[in-house]
Design a protein around this ligand. Structure first.
Ligand SMILES: [Zn+2]
Ligand SMILES: [Zn+2]
Length: 116
């Protein structure tokens, strides 16, 4: 089982899991933001991205989609050099343009994009 991964909605830092009185919380180590996590809905994203074909989705790169994958070893964070990152692709512009690939460092939370 891998740890649920979620980033602080305030500052984008990778949140840590914490158990208080038997309840599970995600806590931001940087700004202190915390929220309770129900056992059943530990998930990467706060909402499901619906992508109807005819509509251009202008996605917020701060939203990590549920299908984001953890990549180890092949991509390095340009900020801290950590080699475990979350990777996902998103249609950020017109539908006929290639999707943008996003990476987010699992250590420092830095997010960057790569045009394919
Ligand atoms: Zn925070
Ligand atoms: Zn980093």
């Amino acid at each position: 089982m891998s740890q649920p991964i979620k980033f602080c909605p305030r500052c984008g830092t990778l949140m840590r899991l914490k158990t208080v009185n038997g309840r599970l919380y995600l806590v931001c180590p940087k700004c202190g933001y915390q929220e309770e996590v129900g056992q059943s809905k530990i998930s990467v994203s706060r909402k499901v991205l619906h992508t109807p074909k005819e509509k251009i989705v202008v996605a917020d790169p701060n939203e990590v989609p549920p299908d984001a994958q953890v990549i180890k070893g092949s991509v390095r964070c340009p900020r801290c050099g950590h080699d475990e990152v979350l990777a996902w692709t998103m249609q950020t512009r017109a539908a006929d343009e290639p999707p943008t690939r996003f990476y987010r460092c699992l250590k420092c939370g830095y997010t960057w994009r790569e045009y394919s």
